[in-house]
Design a protein around this ligand. Sequence first.
Ligand SMILES: Nc1ncnc2c1ncn2[C@@H]1O[C@H](COP(=O)(O)OP(=O)(O)O)[C@@H](O)[C@H]1O
Ligand SMILES: CC(=O)N[C@@H](CCC(=O)OP(=O)(O)O)C(=O)O
Length: 256
Amino acid sequence: MNILVIKCGGSIINELSESFFTSVKELQSRGYQIVFVHGGGPDINSMLEKYEIEPVFENGLRKTTTEVLEVVELMLAGKSNRCLVHKLEAHGIKAVGLNGSDGGILTGEYIDEKKLGAVGEIHQVDTELLGLLFEKGYCPVLTPISTTEDGNKLNVNADMAAGSVAKALSAEMCLFVTDVKGVLKNQQIIEKLTETETKALITDGSIYGGMIPKVNTALSVLNKGVEKVMIVSGKDHFYENGQFIGTKFLQEEGVF
Ligand SMILES: Nc1ncnc2c1ncn2[C@@H]1O[C@H](COP(=O)(O)OP(=O)(O)O)[C@@H](O)[C@H]1O
Ligand SMILES: CC(=O)N[C@@H](CCC(=O)OP(=O)(O)O)C(=O)O
């Protein structure tokens, strides 16, 4: 089975284009089984604003107090997930929305509870339920919410959660769909990037903010054997005539 993990960024989830869904359907018709993992950063921020809570980020990760966690789950599971499932269904793509923690799919651990609160990273992905949904022709649509082994809820960065799902499923491809055409430098898209080139762009400040966890996860997924890892836009076609459009991550020359 050819598995494709699509991470759909909160930056674009409410504005996905018709072309995006055309690309998804074309890939499905070519036999790809698709799992969606989504974010919802802007939706979370706007609800926090209503509660008059200031969002705080450390290296792209949201500091998550108990109060913030409630809003994160409310927005990810109650708004962003519903929005994506509804749009997929409206385009004839059979989709089932789940919290990442449902059925024990995503299990994780705190990264640094003192500094970040309930922010986690994934340690285990149970793929059983995902397999059952594939068999019946459904695309699972997961929030990045996870739980610790003791059952405490964790807020996980959606890029990182998607990367863990791609590795656990030995996916053939992992695509990070966002609001830009790919990694840009001087407003030009960079079509191919190795790890060394990516690190240099982080160091010189060309890659910043939410793009940092995205490229770091992309590199980690590539190093775990996922063949095709790309950052693409949800505003246009990301797949047309057998070609992907965006930034592709490449192994360094000589690394196999
Ligand atoms: N070199 C870069 N190329 C493109 N976008 C970048 C770059 N560095 C930082 N960004 C920012 O990263 C954003 C995408 O990350 P983010 O907002 O976290 O998206 P998402 O919600 O899709 O995960 C872009 O909109 C842009 O503002
Ligand atoms: C720990 C952490 O930062 N979690 C993220 C989860 C959502 C997310 O990652 O959304 P995007 O895809 O829009 O970035 C957050 O609270 O914003």
